[in-house]
Design a protein around this ligand. Structure first.
Ligand code: HEM
Length: 422
């Protein structure tokens, strides 16, 4: 019979409290062997979202440019600052603007909070767009990642809509007229245009109903939808075999399994032992590294960089706040938010084609791209020669959009006439 173990005394329990609490949360010590690195990825909820190992190529900063991660971190900053802003904001046409003034004047760090939220929102629109460009230009949308690309296009649209709904909330002249212009573009859609506009505004013009609808969409519906879609997006990355990468070249000794027996330093060759898609043994070089600490450090670096940049920009520049809404005095010209200025510029040539026709064709092309361009060559490399045509078409459309946005932002004056900003 084994001797009963002594019950630890109170003093021992107190002394060991920190280490016991720590080990009850984190079951493994900081990993120092490969087995422990794998276990750490398995047993920690957040790390469990990562695979145990990732391909070395996908960690190269020059490949992804970290744009997807930056988009994610900006979204997280938006959620945190957005929730804090909700403690002060009231979605009422009589109070919203005053609350903005309070944030500026009386709430501790209020203006800083608003700056962070505003600049992160603009940043997220830009980064999600650039992330889409990186995915296209590296051919990463092709089989088996077609569906994740489609999800990505939906994510881009939701991000734009999320930013658009937030634009109205300060209830100043900028907000009111930008949304008036933006929603009138939606009204150009044939047959359903005016119904869609009414559904969005809850009225025929922008007013209290619109403010409430935009608020609910902005703080509840769209963030929830985006969170769910991002979760599926990440899950798909793993199911699609990790990030895209150039096809690994078979090793010179493919099909030959070498077993090295250390003490005797003897090498045996087993001809034709393993064939097929076994990446570990002989067929292709094993380019994978453990997620802990390689991927984790890369993520931490991007996180610190993103947060630091937003902090610096928010310290240096204040989010705009113009005069309170005056429905009798539209600014001339009234401009949509910058990311819709390309549309507004096109609308100035043709309301239907600029506002509805061209954007619809563009979005449809985006959705269908992986199902139209199916040649598996040139995946995992920037500007691969094999994808010259697809990349040229895509870049032409992107550059045109950017040019229209620049013209709309800087070169359009009263009555949408051409002016020089210089
Ligand atoms: C809220 C928006 C988005 C977030 C947070 C997000 C996040 C990410 C992250 C973290 C990655 C892995 C690393 C990287 O490429 O940076 C990724 C990969 C990917 N994303 Fe996104 N993404 C978003 C929107 C989009 C959009 C708009 C598209 C395309 C239209 C897209 C398509 C893809 C594809 C196909 C991959 C796999 C790429 C590969 O295998 O190389 N994503 N995304």
């Amino acid at each position: 019979m084994s001797a009963p173990t002594a019950k630890p005394g109170l003093w021992t329990a107190v002394r060991e409290l920190p280490s016991n609490v720590w080990s009850s949360v984190f079951r493994n010590p900081l990993p120092s062997t490969d087995l422990e690195r794998a276990q750490t990825s398995f047993t920690n909820f957040f790390l469990h979202l990562h695979p145990v190992k990732v391909n070395r190529n996908t960690l190269r900063p020059a490949y992804t440019l970290g744009l997807g991660l930056i988009s994610l971190f900006l979204f997280l900053i938006l959620v945190v600052t957005g929730v804090l802003l909700m403690f002060y904001y009231v979605p009422s046409t009589t109070q919203a603007y005053d609350r903005m003034l309070d944030l500026r004047g009386t709430v501790a760090f209020g203006i800083f909070l608003r700056n962070m939220h505003r600049w992160s929102a603009h940043g997220m629109v830009a980064m999600v767009f650039l992330h889409m460009c990186r995915v296209f230009l590296t051919g990463a949308y092709k089989k088996p990642r077609e569906f994740n690309w489609v999800l990505g296009v939906v994510l881009l649209l939701v991000t734009l809509f999320l930013s658009f709904t937030g634009y109205l909330l300060p209830w100043d002249q900028l907000a009111f007229w930008a949304i008036t212009v933006g929603t009138s573009i939606a009204g150009y859609a044939p047959l359903v245009g005016s119904q869609m506009k009414f559904l969005l505004l809850g009225d025929t013009t922008v007013g209290q109903e619109a403010l409430l609808r935009f608020y609910v969409l902005h703080v509840a519906v769209l963030p929830a939808v985006l969170t769910l879609l991002v979760a599926i997006h990440f899950w798909r990355i793993r199911k699609d075999g990790g990030l895209s990468r150039p096809e690994s070249k078979p090793a010179a000794d493919a099909g030959v399994v070498k077993i090295r027996i250390e003490p005797q330093k003897r090498v045996f060759g087993l001809q034709g032992f393993v064939r097929g898609p076994f990446t570990k043994i002989g067929n292709v070089p094993d380019d994978s590294v453990y997620s802990w600490p390689n991927l984790l450090l890369a993520e931490l670096f991007v996180f610190v960089l993103t947060v630091s940049l937003i902090l610096v920009v928010s310290l240096a520049f204040n989010a705009p706040l113009e005069q309170p809404v005056n429905v009798m005095h539209p600014p001339n010209p009234a401009k949509a938010p910058w990311y819709f200025l390309g549309l507004q510029e096109m609308v100035s040539y043709s309301a239907f084609w600029g506002g509805i026709g061209v954007p619809t064709v563009f979005v449809l092309l985006l959705f269908l791209a992986p199902y139209i361009e199916r040649d598996p060559k040139g995946v995992g490399r920037w500007f691969a020669r094999e994808r010259l045509l697809a990349n040229t078409v895509f870049l032409t459309l992107v550059v045109l959009n950017v040019i229209f946005i620049i013209v709309g932002t800087f070169f359009r004056g009263p009555n949408w006439t051409f002016v020089s900003p210089f």
